[in-house]
Design a protein around this ligand. Structure first.
Ligand code: NAP
Length: 316
């Protein structure tokens, strides 16, 4: 898979700085891992950042840690945000509306997986409750939060572009799906939110009746892969709806990163990924694409920022 030759270099962000301390970014699931590192990087670059966490104590502790590292002054914690809980989303958005009111960047990062790194093939058992938690956290939550925040994205001038970066995974790529009917639905130029909800409901139904292994869903980390498949598809629908209307929507796969989700394994650190992710989220307005799937890759056994690259080899 070759990167697109026209892909704008993420380092452009550092040479043409368009943002200020008035620029507001929200990062979900940011008390640790990639989300925490993204908040740190965005704050280092001078933005105002809302660090969110589902647990207030963990969120406040993360802000304290950033303060101790000298970047906490521009970091805010408003209230707990559990993205799998619609009431929590509503509460957070109401709080954000009264305290900030306008938003420039949303990084939907919060995510869960109950799979083991060593798992190479499909699991024997997948409980419905587990599948529902994964889908609610990784797909329904980001979608609900995005919808609730959409009216608050800043519209300052015709050339100004606000941004959504959905932290996704290459495990949710369409080429992992072996069921041609599902592929056809998700590839369609007329794909709608209802179609995506239909695909997700079908998956949950298959889990419920125990047929999920034979229906052509992604083989590896199946529930997680379906949740990211749906997130990618939703990003595509949203990007199309807002094309040319001042909102860019892209997905970003951080690659195999050393966090709790991977039990500390990975080819690179969350800080490495956050540098690349922040650069993408901050691309100059005229260079910012939409409906792209960016992915970070590292050659095996070659960790380090110097050796990881970000590329966009596919449209969503
Ligand atoms: N690490 C990788 O190799 C890798 C690869 C591809 C994609 N990703 C994606 O990268 C993103 C970040 O993952 P990570 O590797 O940084 O994992 P991580 O260290 O486990 O962090 C996940 C974060 O999401 C939060 N979270 C989980 N459920 C939540 C909920 N219902 N509401 C709000 N926050 C919730 C966690 O909070 P708690 O501390 O409260 O649990 C934590 O802050 C995820 O979307 C993941 O799918 C990671």
């Amino acid at each position: 898979m070759e990167p697109e030759p026209s892909f704008p270099s993420p380092s452009l962000s550092l040479t043409s700085r368009w943002w200020s301390k008035e620029t507001v970014a929200i990062v979900t699931g940011a008390n640790k891992g990639i989300g925490f590192a993204m908040v740190k990087r965005l704050a280092e670059l001078g933005l105002t950042v809302i660090l969110t966490a589902r647990d207030s104590e963990r969120g406040l502790a993360a802000v304290e840690e950033l303060k101790a590292q000298g970047v906490g002054d521009r970091v805010n914690f408003l209230c707990a945000l559990d993205v799998s809980d619609p009431a929590s989303i509503k509460n957070f958005v109401a709080f954000f509306r009264t305290t900030f009111g306008a938003l420039d960047i949303l990084v939907n990062n919060a995510g869960v997986s109950f799979n083991e790194i060593e798992e190479k093939s499909s699991r024997v058992v997948l409980e419905q409750a587990v599948a529902e938690t994964v889908i609610n956290t990784n797909f329904c939550g980001p979608k609900l939060l995005t919808q609730a925040l959409l009216p608050m994205f800043r519209r300052s001038s015709p050339n100004y572009v606000t941004r959504i970066l959905n932290v996704s995974s290459r495990l949710g790529s369409l080429n992992k799906v072996r069921n041609s009917d599902i592929k056809r639905v998700l590839r369609s130029e007329t794909l709608s939110e209802e179609d995506i909800d239909g695909v997700v409901s079908l998956f949950i139904e298959n889990v419920k009746n125990g047929t999920w292994k034979t229906q052509g869903w992604p083989e590896y980390w199946t529930d997680y892969a379906v949740s990211k498949l749906a997130l990618n598809a939703y990003s595509k629908v949203l990007a199309k709806r807002y094309q040319g209307r001042g909102l860019s929507v892209n997905c970003f796969c951080p690659g195999f990163t050393q966090t709790s989700m991977t039990k500390g394994k990975g080819t690179h650190t969350a800080d490495d990924v956050a540098c690349l992710g922040a650069n993408l989220a901050l691309l100059p307005h005229q260079h910012l694409p939409t409906a792209k799937f960016f992915l970070v890759s590292a050659p095996p056994l070659s960790p380090g920022i110097g050796r990881i690259i970000v590329s966009s080899n596919s449209k969503l």
